[in-house]
Design a protein around this ligand. Sequence first.
Ligand SMILES: Nc1ccn([C@@H]2O[C@H](COP(=O)(O)OP(=O)(O)OP(=O)(O)O)[C@@H](O)[C@H]2O)c(=O)n1
Ligand SMILES: C[C@](O)(CO)[C@H](O)COP(=O)(O)O
Length: 248
Amino acid sequence: MTKPRVIAVIPAAGVGSRMQADRPKQYLTIAGKTILEHTLDALLAHCDIDRVVLAVSPDDAYFPTLELTSDERVSVVHGGEERADSVLNGIKALHGDEWALVHDAARPCVSQDDISALLNVINDSTVTGGILATPVRDTMKRAVSNQECSTSPANPSLSVVSHTESRANLWHALTPQLFPAPLLLNALKKGLSDGVEITDEASAMEYAGYKVGMVNGSPANIKITHPADLPLAEFYLHQKLKAPFACE
Ligand SMILES: Nc1ccn([C@@H]2O[C@H](COP(=O)(O)OP(=O)(O)OP(=O)(O)O)[C@@H](O)[C@H]2O)c(=O)n1
Ligand SMILES: C[C@](O)(CO)[C@H](O)COP(=O)(O)O
């Protein structure tokens, strides 16, 4: 049986507003290279990933300065207004019967073993693709209102608890998220045109009615979002460098 083609699609067109840095966070350097280069290296190192489609901002002045621009396995498309738009542009660059492995540029700490574990869903007929995820570990509170509406004049960052959410069967969705490209393309188009909030690929596939698998992945696969995430990611990256991965 021919091995399915797996194309990585990396949304890397964000501005990183929550990071409050002097450049988009994917171009910050930790453990010796940019976050984007760490993420690309992790995906290109996996023997079951054929190539990478990168979605970068149309006015991205940083990407051309990276050496990887010469790697023939990397092609580039323009990102869009939202993450889902960037992913959609990436999927449109695929050619039909491949599997799309969508992975945030902001998640450089993903392990090769977790990528391999997720790829196993390709051969599982009980689901239509799947995602890496990790069970919630903290008690989860629902706030009365969003954080910008503090009711305490003395403490503008104070929120008020509405109630405690059950954390039974509650997971953090991570990336990569892996789906048949043609199905994901149509699901993204439908979710976006119906005005559904699509914050990950699975939400589009769920909205389209597919059964999505969840593979328990490492909580070290963090999404670098705030400044406090940088030293943690650097620690995890140094740990990864100590244990090089060899494709079977
Ligand atoms: N229009 C967008 C928005 C986000 N992303 C990418 O989607 C991933 C996850 O998004 P997030 O962590 O929210 O990144 P930003 O949108 O850059 O961060 P912020 O929300 O703080 O601005 C990132 O790799 C980001 O580059 C993208 O490709 N296109
Ligand atoms: C796709 C994702 O990383 C799964 O947790 C997350 O939804 C991205 O959210 P963001 O607000 O675009 O960072």
